[in-house]
Design a protein around this ligand. Structure first.
Ligand SMILES: [Fe+2]
Ligand SMILES: [Fe+2]
Length: 407
């Protein structure tokens, strides 16, 4: 009997590790996709995987006094994750992970039939296979068994173990046109004419927010599972926002077209979108993902969650008071959802920055530094998409010219 219990705990720990890998590889696959509608299911899988992994982790700590897991890539999985894998290669890895999860759950269920006193373990993993229906029994062994073995972990630092993709694709609905250096990004205004381009540009930026949080979850090892659970929540939230604002823009486009004069060149863009579902103009620098790629985790938390999403809450509240929100209840609902989620994202940023830098003086210093660095980080996207060297751009904008920062 003691071996049965030991084996059952070992299997539950392996399921926990497999779910963590499932979440991280789903994020990686998300970063290889183009369309928001294709990225969305991967963001959801990431969330489900970490919710289940967190539940296993809590149960192991609560019942068996097992230490909560810190997350590290296994050597084997890291090799795949850092080799810039294609979507197809990641599919194979996900099938492998999924089939192992099924195998361990089936084995746990058989054990519980024989040893009913272990029933709670069955309940902990009961919903895993029904909420992740794509996982099947196809036995496809890609990863080494040590990837699912807790005792094989040797690392101990919070560090950027791998580097995720340097660039991501934007949805084919968008066409990069003018540079932010010449033309500022659309801002929200209380009319369909102003709000529609703002919504599609926002959709692209929301997608980048999701991609940059997923990037942190993929790249950084050594944090507690609750960090990745937070990241999983935000990654799915942001991709749902991207889809929500994109659909809102698509719904408004006919009214936007009607609000333009026949001589307005934007009328042709509306026509093109109606015919081909492409051509919505966005900045040449796209969604500024490179700025996040070039930042480290504390800088990302300051620049994105604390300094952008925190103040965004107040800005959304102002938008909720506009006439447009009265006329279009869907716009009001979108902003209401956004406001709640952004508030939680700002809290995620504050929580993990404090974890990484517990001393308040050091934290304040890092925040000030990250703010100073923000402009340079944004210029990395400018440099990439305009083929201008970074030093040239830094010189240009540090000698008096105002930085064309996207709001
Ligand atoms: Fe968002
Ligand atoms: Fe957010």
């Amino acid at each position: 009997m003691p071996q049965v219990l030991e084996e059952t705990i070992r299997q539950l720990k392996s399921i926990r590790l497999a779910l963590i890998l499932l979440g991280r590889f789903s994020w990686l696959r998300m970063l290889t996709r183009e369309r928001v509608s294709d990225k969305l299911p991967d963001a959801r899988i990431g969330w489900l995987a970490f919710e289940h992994a967190y539940r296993c982790d809590e149960y192991l700590a609560h019942t068996y006094q097992e230490q909560s897991v810190r997350i590290y890539w296994s050597e084997d999985a890291k090799r795949y994750a850092s080799s810039d894998p294609s979507g197809g290669q990641i599919d194979t890895i996900l099938i492998d992970i999924g089939s192992r999860i099924i195998k361990w759950i089936t084995s746990l269920q058989m054990t519980i039939e024989e040893v009913p006193v272990l029933a709670p373990i069955g309940d902990v993993v009961r919903d895993v296979s029904s909420s992740l229906p794509f996982i099947t029994q196809n036995a496809l062994e890609v990863l080494h068994a040590s990837s699912f073995d807790d005792s094989a972990r040797t690392n101990s630092c919070v560090c950027r173990t791998i580097q995720g993709p340097r660039h991501v694709a934007i949805d084919p609905a968008f066409t990069p046109t003018d540079s932010l250096m010449d033309q500022p990004a659309p801002v929200f205004g209380d009319s369909v004419e102003l709000a529609t381009p703002y919504f599609w540009t926002l959709a692209m930026r929301e997608s980048m927010a999701s991609e940059s949080t997923a990037l942190s979850g993929i790249e950084y090892d050594g944090l507690p599972i609750s960090f990745y659970r937070d990241i999983a929540k935000q990654t799915w939230d942001e991709m749902r926002h991207a889809q929500m604002f994109f659909e809102l823009a698509v719904e408004l486009i006919p009214y936007y077209g009607a609000s333009l004069l026949d001589s307005d060149p934007r009328k042709a863009l509306v026509h093109q979108f109606k015919e081909t579902r492409t051509g919505l103009p966005v900045p040449k620098e796209r969604n500024l993902y490179e700025a996040m790629w070039n930042a480290d985790l504390p800088e990302r938390l300051v620049i994105m969650q604390i300094k952008t999403e925190g103040p965004a809450v107040a800005a959304i509240r102002k938008k909720l008071k506009t006439k447009l929100c009265v006329v279009y209840p869907k716009i009001r609902l979108a902003f209401q959802v956004d406001e709640q989620d952004e508030r939680s994202h700002a809290a995620i940023g504050a929580r993990w920055l404090k974890y990484l830098i517990p001393d308040s003086t050091d934290r304040a210093e890092l925040m000030a530094q990250a703010e100073l660095l923000r402009g340079v980080l944004l210029l990395t996207s400018f440099s990439h998409y305009n083929s201008i060297s970074l030093p040239e751009l830094v010189y240009k904008y540090s000698t008096g010219k105002v930085m064309p920062v996207a709001n």
